[in-house]
Design a protein around this ligand. Structure first.
Ligand code: PGA
Length: 263
């Protein structure tokens, strides 16, 4: 895993956005895996600005989101489809027909999961998958105990995740307890994975991801198996790692090597 430790959340967003900007400049018809939550918001702002400045175009881009609440239609303000439209798709030149979010309103969710996998495959697989991380180490809605080779399926949310996300729902509003999520195996199939984490409340999850054992108890630890995973985290999220100075040293050596090779 490449570990990039930056000062604050603004630097994390900028670094993350640049990875996606470079990807789109190299390959206009990229297939992007996207995420919801608070963490990617500033990264999406960076992509919107780059798109408005004509540095990138989404005209030929296809996107697949990680997850969706089961039982919410895409028009529901708390659905992840709605979130993506509001936070990104409505502000860029993407063809919405090429944006995919697991169908939370599917009549047959089990079939819909297989259909989602088939669509990813038909698109040629995901070039870069963006991830946030839950306090419990979840990626997508792959909660602790998720199979490390799991595929897109229906998952029950943990109490912790329901509590973390309750802030988005009104007190009397129905909050789903089930989701459709890409599996850990689906995520590991992406050619590159970029996980963003900011804030002290993610420090335990980052510690388990980077220095803990490979275990279903921390789904993000599965990224230890990935050939091309980068963790972009701020000082607060990195604060429990055993040797931040060493990780920073590795990264600065990496940067020097890349510059020498002309990247
Ligand atoms: P957050 O959520 O970005 O809102 O912290 C991340 C996640 O639960 O994956």
């Amino acid at each position: 895993m490449q570990i990039v430790i930056l000062k604050n959340s603004a630097e994390v967003a900028e670094y993350g956005a640049n990875i996606f900007i470079k990807q789109l400049q190299n390959r206009a018809d990229s297939v992007l895996g996207l995420a919801t939550g608070s963490t990617p918001l500033a990264l999406y702002q960076g992509l919107i600005e780059a798109s408005k400045a004509n540095k990138i175009s989404f005209k030929d881009v296809t996107t697949f989101n990680l997850d969706e609440y089961l039982g919410l239609e895409g028009t529901h303000p708390q659905s992840y489809r709605y979130f993506m439209n509001e936070q990104l798709f409505d502000h860029i030149d993407i063809d919405k027909a090429n944006t995919f979010v697991p169908p939370g309103d599917a009549e047959n969710p089990i079939q819909a999961c297989d259909g989602y996998e088939a669509k990813i495959e038909a698109a040629g697989g995901i070039d870069i998958q963006l991830l946030g991380i839950g306090r419990n180490g979840h990626i997508g809605f792959n909660e602790p105990s998720s199979g490390l080779m799991s595929r897109t399926r229906v998952k029950t949310l943990t109490k912790a995740t329901i509590e973390d996300n309750a802030r988005f729902f009104g007190t009397d509003e129905y909050q789903p307890h089930l989701s459709i999520t890409m599996g850990i195996g689906t995520i590991l199939d992406a050619r590159k994975v970029v996980l963003l984490a900011t804030g002290e409340n993610k420090a335990d999850a980052i510690l388990a991801t980077v220095e803990g054992a490979l275990t279903a108890s921390c789904p993000a630890s599965a990224l230890q198996l990935h050939k091309n995973a980068v963790l972009v985290i701020d000082e607060a999220a990195a604060s429990k790692l055993s040797d931040c100075e060493f990780y920073k040293h590795i990264e600065s050596e990496n940067q020097k090597l890349m510059a020498r090779l002309g990247f």
